[in-house]
Design a protein around this ligand. Structure first.
Ligand SMILES: *Cc1c(COP(=O)(O)O)cnc(C)c1O
Length: 357
């Protein structure tokens, strides 16, 4: 938290309420908090990384990641002029807000959703309005549209619930929203559904993707977005040149060209084990939400203290206290089954200790 009494008088006014992002992610033996790929990184990408020539480091990268754009365009089935890359999809979300929002403009999004959205809105001097989702976990479209936002954010599958946004809902938002629609598809690979095919039909739709989750490259910070060329161009301008580093670009390129079998195999595995984890939780009397991502969100009373007790046993999961319609919840990343068994053992231990206390 910022200590307002010591705040610099020269600091930008809009930053007064901005604090540093802190998901309380202290190192722990088993980290199931951030939905990265717990199987590791794809093999050809790893070899490419290890054998990187020094010239990749001494020379500048390409200005706008042209080679990677080409490979990403092939992967998602569009043309390269419909792609913009960034230093993580976080960078794309931030740049898009800067590209389309004038200071004071409104950004609207569902609650709960990705915690970074209000922060990026604040960082760009925009005002964020959260609209509580419906009990079905669909976004409340009427409420979102009623705010007349310059930027409307949707996340499908949504983080942290794992719910996908229905096709009809997305189409309605695209028809009726007054500004740009940001559709975050960070977990689309695990859902097997995407709205990428709507991009040619709506000139204000930006679909945001990442290589941090299914591709196992979170540390390299590679995000991208798809939109019609004129829309993408504005994000590119606001993002600026040289934002994707050369090592990231070449490693990602190797993954897209040679590692798709590995990536797809591990997406399928994550989906299978997500269901197995949900069954294991139901067997214990819990009711996890239906997830289409690589995590499971499960209502657990007193989730913050349960999370702390799990940490004491070397397992970190992400608590979300007091979610609307849901209550206290834990979000657990899906990875290899032995890791999930380790979580379940720690969870059983914590629950047993609490019931005997
Ligand atoms: C993890 C995540 C991202 C990805 O961020 P990167 O900056 O690409 O690592 C974006 N959106 C959501 C909803 C996420 O959960």
């Amino acid at each position: 938290m910022t200590d307002q009494s010591t705040r610099l008088s020269v600091a930008r006014a809009a930053y007064e309420a901005v604090s540093l992002y802190d998901p309380k992610r202290a190192p722990v033996a088993l980290d199931l908090t951030d939905n990265t790929n717990l199987w590791g990184m794809p093999p050809v990408a790893e070899r490419t990384w290890r054998e990187m020539p020094v010239s990749r480091i001494t020379r500048y990268p390409t200005l706008y990641a042209s080679e990677l754009k080409q490979a990403l365009a092939t992967y998602v089935g569009v043309t390269p002029d419909m792609i913009v890359t960034g230093c993580g999809s976080d960078d794309i979300l931030d740049s898009a807000m800067r590209a389309f929002g004038e200071p004071g403009d409104r950004v609207a999004g569902p609650e709960p959703s990705f915690a970074m959205i209000p922060i990026f809105a604040q960082m760009n001097a925009l005002s964020y309005v959260g609209c509580v989702e419906q009990p079905s976990h669909e976004p409340d479209v009427d409420a979102l549209l009623a705010t007349q936002p310059k930027l409307l954010y949707l996340c499908s599958p949504n983080n942290p619930t794992g719910a996908v946004v229905a096709r009809d809902t997305i189409e309605r938002v695209l028809r009726d929203a007054p500004g740009v629609v940001l559709l975050d598809e960070a977990y689309a690979e695990f859902a097997g559904v995407s709205a990428v095919d709507l991009v040619p039909h709506f000139d204000r739709l930006l679909v945001i993707r990442t290589m941090s989750k299914a591709f196992g490259l979170a540390g390299l910070r590679i995000g991208y977005a798809l939109g019609q060329p004129a829309l993408v161009m504005e994000v590119e301008k606001s993002r600026g040149p040289y934002k994707l580093n050369a090592m990231a670009e070449h490693t990602a390129l190797a993954a897209l060209q040679h590692d798709m079998p590995w990536v797809n195999e591990h997406i399928a595995l994550a989906v299978t084990l997500r269901e197995r984890l949900a069954v294991a939780l139901r067997t214990r009397g819990f009711t996890p939400l239906t997830s289409h991502a690589n995590f499971v969100c499960v209502p657990v009373p007193d989730c913050v203290n349960v999370g702390l007790a799990l940490r004491e046993r070397g397992v970190a999961v992400r608590p979300f206290p007091g979610l609307p319609h849901i209550g206290d919840t834990l979000r657990i990343s899906v990875g290899p089954w032995p890791l999930l068994e380790q979580f379940l053992a720690a969870f059983d231990d914590v629950m047993a200790a609490r019931s005997s206390a």
